[in-house]
Design a protein around this ligand. Structure first.
Ligand code: DX5
Ligand code: ZN
Length: 217
């Protein structure tokens, strides 16, 4: 089995030194930087906007994976694309015209992702799967780092793996929330391509060895 990509979320980093956080991500051998954008409405928390992403873009060689937990994500696509996002993912629950938005993200030359919260089934995004580069399965209710993974959500990963195989799609499957050394094995076994990790990564004294263990090395 191919080893999953590890995508540490700077949500759990020290916001007074985000440049050091992205340097730690690169140094630990994690390939992606996960950027959690919260609007205080779609989720009960606030984080940061495109300015921060732009300011750290040249501090990292990693793939920038922007996760928009906002209503009206269409308002923010252009500015995050310009700030240096590689992937821009929005929530299925936050939009009516998901197909239009996916096409808009790809039209800016970026990879387009769609995410579902724990209470949303895969069937609700099935019509969009031909048009996505990434699916992001939330394994916690989004808004905060450090929560416990809800194992039932991993059934959605298996479902996405099946659909992808049956229909010949190529999107990546990412999982976000509660991933740590204790849960990594079941997440890997579900068949994920990308593991987001916030608190486990930033609390780890030896980040390189954590990344290796999450990957199953
Ligand atoms: C939750 C965010 C996650 C979060 C994961 O709303 O989308 O990316 O940072 O953090 P942990 O790994 O601590 O659950
Ligand atoms: Zn996230």
């Amino acid at each position: 089995m191919k080893k999953p990509i590890v995508a540490p979320s700077i949500l759990s980093a020290d916001f007074s030194n985000v440049a050091a956080a992205v340097a730690d991500i690169d140094a630990a051998g994690a390939e992606w930087v996960h950027l959690d954008v919260m609007d205080g409405k779609f989720v009960p928390n606030l984080t940061f906007g495109p300015k921060l992403v732009k300011d750290i873009r040249d501090k990292s060689a990693g793939v920038f994976d922007v996760h928009l937990m906002t209503y009206q994500p269409e308002q923010f696509i252009d500015s995050f694309a310009q700030a240096g996002a590689d992937y821009i993912t929005f929530h299925a629950e936050a939009v009516v015209h998901g197909h239009r938005l996916l096409a808009g993200i790809r039209g800016l030359g970026k990879k387009a992702g769609i995410s579902v919260v724990p209470s949303t089934p895969v069937s609700s995004i099935e019509p969009l799967l031909p048009f996505v580069d990434l699916t992001l399965v939330m394994t916690v209710n989004p808004g905060f780092g450090g929560q416990e993974l809800i194992p039932e959500c991993l059934e959605k990963v298996q479902k996405l793996v099946e659909i992808r195989e049956q229909r010949g799609f190529r999107f990546l499957i990412s999982v976000d929330g509660g991933i740590n050394e204790a849960t990594a094995r079941m997440v890997r076994e579900a068949g994920v391509d990308v593991m987001v990790t916030g608190s486990a990564f930033f609390n780890a004294p030896d980040k390189s060895s954590l990344v290796a263990r999450l990957k199953g090395s």
